[in-house]
Design a protein around this ligand. Sequence first.
Ligand code: UD1
Ligand code: CA
Length: 461
Amino acid sequence: MTHSIVILAAGEGKRMRSARPKVLADLAGRPLLAHVIDTARTLGPEHIVIVVHGQGGQLIRADFPDSDLAWAEQAERLGTADAVHAALAELPKEGSVLVLYGDVPLLQADTLAPLLDSADRGELAVLTARLDDPFGYGRIVRDEAGAVQKIVEQRDANEAERRIDEVNTGVMAAPVDRLAQWIPRIENDNAQGEYYLTDILALAVADGVKVRTVEAGDAASTAGVNNRAQLADAERELRRRRAASLMEAGVTLVDPGRIDVRGHLECGHDVHIEPNCIFEGRVVLGSGVRVDAGVVIRESWVGDGAHLRAYSVIEHARIGAEAVVGPYARLRPGTELGEASHVGNFVELKNSRLGHGSKANHLAYLGDAEIGDHVNVGAGVITCNYDGANKHKTVIGDDAFIGSDCPLVAPVTIGEGATIGAGSTVTADVPPGKLVLARSRQTTIEGWERPRKTHSDPDKQ
Ligand code: UD1
Ligand code: CA
């Protein structure tokens, strides 16, 4: 049986009060729609059609250039039924179709598969949920025998209907040919003057087609995002899910309510994570890694036993086993730290390699540098890698010792085992094993006297 999925994403999203289309709102680091597309793909359909509208639609399409996605343009936003109407032209004439909403991002494939099965048997299937607070959702209306009659929207519901806590999640599946017959019969004589997709329920009942409701076991996953508060709720739900699966995998989260994983976090065993850390993109933490409070880490790899101390910001870096980073370190793209190396507070690295056991413990900038093993980089060492036009490289050999407060003017090479005296401005290559000083000698002026005041200060009278 051919399976198609339609994702409705043409709505305006007024309640978000945003200049951008709602389905591009950011949820856990990705647009809402990306979450829905992921779920759709998991179901392995032959076709995915996304319905969009106007300029917002152009923005959405530009964000999703993938070739497995087809697009349908809804000329005017006349309601969810009209949106599905726009998609019909892009759908095959046979098989089953599942309708998803671009603003319902937390649903998972195993909840949806039974709906397609049901449509394959010629039925109309609707995913429902029981909510403590059903306000705003369409309600499932049943007769005394419990058979489904229709769906009534919040704004069209009478008082008794508003008390119903069984709601329409928006997700439906039906045989394509049936859907194509029902859609043109839907009218817009309701409170919003819209063509409601939900009206196909009453049409199915009238046509004697079996309507099956599938109740989502996990109501939280059916939540729609219509405003910023619901967006934050969805974010919290994703955070809860990710925290639960990390803990399940053996990671210690000191507070599972205070970790943000906006991408893919992979952990070895006995990883310990303190509160308020943010993980973006793909991050790998080896076994025994400890991450202290407030660390922000993006697209990075961290070796076993490394310790990321508080408030360090790390992106596109590789950190060797047993390395210690921070507190307050900044590792920019292209940083590579050797095993057991130390990068301390207010040290910034960019496109640089720090060898095994090497240390830059305080207040330094190391950019475009190749630093060997067991090097000591003193406080206030700065690679002057930029001459205003080009970037140049600094090379420091193994076992070198760079005293405090030394600008190293690149391109420059410091030989193995060399020692640079504190306060030296290094402008030329340094031979291995030697002591180099590049500063003026300290002198003491004999007989010098500090100037004295000649007049009394009028301000102080
Ligand atoms: C809809 C359902 C409601 C359900 C709720 C679940 C209808 C009439 N109502 O209400 O029963 O409880 O979702 O979250 O279907 N869209 C278009 N074109 C349009 C209008 C909407 O593509 O002309 C898209 C929106 O982008 C959105 C989805 O359809 O992704 C739902 O539209 P929205 O206006 O949010 O409907 P709700 O009022 O939430
Ligand atoms: Ca909605």
